[in-house]
Design a protein around this ligand. Structure first.
Ligand code: GLU
Length: 419
């Protein structure tokens, strides 16, 4: 597969080109953003518990570093390939630019189903992958973080391996690490919290109240879906459906979120839960709810199922959950969409806070973090909303236009080397 072949890459480029043409972006700027700056593909051989050796494919892609070091997660998932990683790196460039971070866009991953590996095998995989990409990352070069299939423990192994190679501890090489080794308060919940903040900003614009009459369906009950569910439940909303890879559960009066979290954190699948109504993931998208949060993976709502979506507010918790065609359909049907590079930016924003705190060795309290997160997201939301009014476009196109504006200015100031 080439760098640009994946559906996500093709779809993202089509969206970027559309926004670029609406705003009249200099074609020379678009030309430079069409391809990642650099991409590394590595073999990751590990010895499995049964003594055999298995080689996995790993990647790290840096899309654009005009605004600062690369930033973006590491994904362990069977769908990972070079081109999908490149597309996700590109989205990180736009996400960081949109919310005003001094960071570029990057992404990494290994094509593996982490659930099939033991803890020891996962550790070996992470350490070997880190070793293979170690010259490509660093606090001033490119700073990884968790993504699908990775967590604080993965980041701790990455930090340790990188530090072993350097001969001293380098906390700033990674964000999303456990608090005891330099992680930030609030990072684990930041993406989901940011989704909930954005939903509140949107509700205000739409004249919609978040209360017991507000029904919410969440596709993907993990690092993003869980904190978003908790936050919205605490505001009084009814979380009527949630899902994982095994299927979805539904209760029109509201799911017991705490019970579902306990169930999921014990490593169990939702389709094994008793005493609840089971529906499919596809049924979840079609529910007559006020708010739909696709918070699992890209490409789940396409031209084939977008017409079944009834939610008035769609919050893209995942990266790229709706394809370009799907966004056009739901927008035409009157839904208000909060685009991924805004909606799920809470994660990278608090990653930025973690990176800054680590570089200064001075740590902030949770209130400071959450109020700074709220402030940055509010400004970014208003910027995207005003841009959508200015150009008479949906929020997705507006988000890309707003991000382009910042990137374009920065790229012009820095110029094109060698000139
Ligand atoms: N993986 C997350 C994302 O897609 C977080 C990236 C980060 O914190 O660097 O935005």
């Amino acid at each position: 597969m080439s760098l640009t072949d994946s559906p996500l890459y093709q779809d993202s480029i089509a969206q970027l080109e559309e926004s670029a043409s609406i705003m009249g972006l200099d074609p020379n700027i678009m030309e430079r953003l069409r391809f990642p700056k650099r991409a590394l593909q590595v073999a990751v051989p590990i010895r499995l518990d049964d003594g055999t050796v298995k080689t996995f494919q790993g990647y790290r892609v840096q899309h654009n570093m005009t605004l600062g070091p690369g930033k973006g997660g590491i994904r362990f998932h069977p769908g990972v390939d070079l081109s999908e990683t490149a597309a996700l790196a590109m989205l990180m460039t736009f996400k960081c630019a949109l919310v005003g971070l001094p960071l570029g866009g990057a992404k990494g991953g290994v094509c593996v189903d982490p659930r099939t590996l033991s803890r020891q095998e996962l550790q070996a995989l992470t350490r070997r992958y880190t070793t293979e990409i170690n010259t490509f990352i660093g606090p001033a070069i490119d700073v990884p973080a968790p993504d699908i299939g990775t967590d604080g423990q993965t980041m701790a192994w990455l930090l340790d391996t990188y530090s072993q190679l350097k001969g001293h501890t380098v906390p700033g090489v990674v964000t999303g690490k456990p608090i005891t080794i330099g992680g930030s308060l609030g990072r684990a919940e930041a993406t989901g919290k940011g989704v909930a903040f954005c939903i509140n900003f949107a509700a205000q614009k739409l004249g919609m109240k978040i209360d017991n009459n507000t029904s919410v369906a969440i596709h993907g009950f993990g690092k993003v879906g869980i904190p978003a569910a908790e936050d919205l439940r605490d505001q009084g909303a009814r979380i009527v459906a949630i899902s994982d890879v095994s299927g979805a559960i539904y209760n029109k009066d509201g799911i017991d979120v705490a019970k579902a979290i306990k169930w999921t954190r014990a490593g169990r699948y939702l389709n094994e839960m008793e005493g609840v109504e089971h529906i499919s993931n596809e049924d979840l998208f079609a529910l007559d709810v006020d708010i739909l949060i696709p918070a699992a993976i890209d490409g789940v709502i396409t031209k084939d199922n977008a017409h079944v979506v009834k939610a008035k507010l769609i919050a893209e918790g995942a990266n790229g959950p709706l394809t370009k065609e799907a966004i056009d359909i739901v927008s035409k049907n009157g839904a208000f969409l909060i685009p991924d590079i805004l909606c799920n930016a809470g994660g990278v924003i608090v990653s930025y806070f973690e990176w800054v705190q680590g570089l200064q060795n001075f740590f902030w309290n949770l209130d400071e973090i959450n109020s700074k997160l709220h402030g940055i997201l509010k400004d970014a939301f208003d910027n995207v909303y005003n841009t959508s009014v200015e150009f008479k476009v949906d929020m997705k196109k507006a988000a890309f236009i707003a991000a382009f504006r910042r990137l374009e200015r920065a790229m012009r100031y820095r110029g094109l080397f060698p000139g």
